[in-house]
Design a protein around this ligand. Structure first.
Ligand code: ZN
Length: 225
């Protein structure tokens, strides 16, 4: 934990980002109220969209639309280092991973979506990496592999339209040398999936490197109209 966050936590004890109850950034009541749907793996959830050329599917914990309590917590997590939220979200993602039938006897390889060096320096942490590490701690045979880098500094996705998002990320990633294990299942880890442009571009990079199947693993999906 960064010292500044440690001090901030003492001066301003955490409050639930949704109901404002003191104690946790997402209180146990708000967590237990999450509406978690059954998995929809092995199929693309944005079925109508043709831009998922490389991504084989996305596994997500919850839907933003049904769970207003998760949105404020994700925003908090994205911009301020919060290990406690990484653990909460990691549990949710680990639960989804262990429900998967296709990877029962295989190793899960979790690849965090990388931040550009400039943004990493500014923010001090990569939230996708925290999520991957937390998920990995809570599941068997799950490793974190930091094999992607961001080669271009890109505009922030949130400000862009669906088409602009895909364009913005074109060739933004590159893959560092790593041995592809044919017996492993590969997942790109991020916080949320809106249009899927980030996951799709990471999947494209990994597939060019020789990985056969690539899935996304996120806390929540949000649908952008
Ligand atoms: Zn709460």
């Amino acid at each position: 934990m960064r010292i500044v966050d440690f001090i901030l936590n003492i001066l301003f004890p955490p409050r639930c980002t949704y109901c404002n109850k003191e104690g946790d950034f997402l209180c146990t009541e708000c967590v237990s109220g999450l509406k978690i749907k059954d998995l929809c793996c092995k199929r693309r959830f944005y079925k109508k969209e043709k831009e998922f050329e490389h991504l084989d599917g996305v596994i997500y914990g919850v839907d933003y639309a049904d769970n207003p309590q998760i949105k404020s917590a994700v925003q908090q997590f994205k911009y301020r280092f919060t290990q406690e939220l990484a653990d909460t979200f990691g549990s949710l993602m680990a639960q989804k991973l262990s429900e998967l039938a296709m990877n029962k006897d295989k190793t899960n390889v979790l690849i965090p979506v990388p931040l550009h060096k400039k943004r990493l320096n500014y923010r001090g942490f990569n939230q996708a990496e925290l999520l991957a590490e937390s998920t990995s701690r809570k599941t068997n045979r799950t490793n974190v592999l930091n094999c992607l880098s961001r080669v271009r500094h890109t505009d922030q996705q949130a400000k862009l339209s669906k088409i602009e998002r895909h364009k913005n990320l074109d060739n933004a990633f590159c893959v560092n040398d790593f041995d592809i294990d044919k017996e492993s299942v590969y997942f790109i880890v991020d916080d949320i999936c809106t249009t899927g442009a980030t996951l799709e571009n990471c999947a494209k990079t990994l597939k060019f490197a020789g990985v056969k199947k690539v899935y996304g693993l996120v806390i929540a999906r949000a649908i952008k109209n």
